[in-house]
Design a protein around this ligand. Structure first.
Ligand code: AKG
Length: 337
């Protein structure tokens, strides 16, 4: 029997439209409907069901104890961080070609894959209060982008994402409580925050900034992917439904030519941890990691995902004898722009 996996499937490339490109910048997020095929979503959901049933486990993540009741087992996990480093299926979704097609346009062309998170968000489980992702994951220059894949319908009731539209133009607010050294600390009048991600707005001081902007909910169907930049303030509420899970898979990425002084709180050598993150698309002059489970991407298949067509020789705008500016073939040496 041939078991078809996401790794072996050939996908129709996704071409981002001009209007989607503009929307991402205008709103701070872009929802691409039906980006990931439902067969792939079903495969990841089956894996999640197996985790909860104890039929599969992720190395380093304790499985639910055998003596739990079915309800306790169902609620055992809330979120698993960085599973792509130890589990092949998570690496495949981090490097899903259709997700990378969009990222290549929004933050590429060179894309580094940094982080994965699997959210369970079963009925009654909490949300995550106002935060900016680049507060947690610094990239220099800052090109961070999240890709949030809905595995279940995500509704207002079960805790979909909400975005403060316009806040993508805000700086990253540093904290006063020492949680991270990140944020735009050199801006003269920036007011530090505290308790980012806290769901109590009176404690989460980023809510003062969020209040300047209209907040928009983004409901999603399985297979929809919501892309959002590292600056946009966003949150999700608790799952208030009685029966509806709100599972999702989130990857974080940046331009592969940015320094990434971040390894999910783990140590790394030197000034940046780029050598621990996977080159997903394009090329880079900086170090990068190979995918541990061999998912095809730019790091191991530069012929497919890395090389770009040779560019024609550059031309410069030069004045001609009549004083008009015209495009002129580049001189090898001694030209002036
Ligand atoms: O899925 C959620 O509830 C929150 C996700 C989120 O805020 C994030 O990935 O930055």
């Amino acid at each position: 029997m041939v078991v078809e996996t996401a790794q072996e499937r050939i996908y129709e490339p996704y071409r981002v439209s001009v209007s989607e490109y503009v929307t991402f910048r205008e709103q701070g997020y872009l929802a691409v409907r039906g980006l990931v095929p439902l067969d792939d979503v079903a495969e990841l959901n089956a894996h999640v069901d197996n985790l909860l049933a104890g039929r599969e486990h992720i190395p380093g993540v304790p499985p639910p104890p055998a003596d739990l009741s079915p309800q306790e087992r169902f609620n055992y996990y809330q979120r698993i961080h960085m599973p792509h480093r130890v589990s092949a299926i998570h690496e495949r979704f981090l490097l899903h070609p259709r997700i990378l097609d969009v990222l290549e346009t929004l933050i590429g062309p060179d894309v580094l894959a940094l982080q994965t998170m699997l959210f369970f968000k079963q009925p009654g489980q909490p949300g995550q209060g106002f935060h900016q992702d680049a507060y947690y994951i610094p990239t220099l220059p800052d090109t961070l982008c999240g890709a949030w894949l809905a595995l279940d319908p995500a509704t207002e009731e079960n805790g979909c994402l909400w975005f403060s539209v316009g806040s993508q133009h805000e700086p990253i607010y540093p904290d006063s409580d020492g949680t991270t050294p990140n944020g735009d600390r050199v801006l003269g009048d920036i007011e530090p925050i505290a308790n980012a991600s806290h769901s109590d707005e009176s404690l989460n001081l980023l809510s003062r900034v969020a209040r300047k902007y209209p907040e928009v909910k983004v409901e999603a169907e399985p297979g929809d992917v919501v892309f959002f930049g590292g600056h946009v303030i966003h949150r999700s509420h608790a799952n208030r439904s009685k029966t509806q899970s709100r599972r999702s898979f989130v990857g974080h990425y940046c331009n592969a030519r940015a320094l990434v002084p971040w390894n999910h709180g783990q140590p790394y050598e030197g000034e940046s941890a780029n050598y621990l993150h996977i080159l997903a698309r394009g090329t880079t002059h900086l170090p990068y990691a190979q995918p541990r489970f061999g998912t095809p991407c730019a790091a191991n298949r530069p012929d497919l995902y890395g090389e770009r067509p040779a560019r024609p020789k550059p031309k410069s705008m030069m004045g001609n004898k009549s004083g008009l500016m015209i495009l002129t073939a580049h001189e090898e040496e001694g030209h002036e722009d």
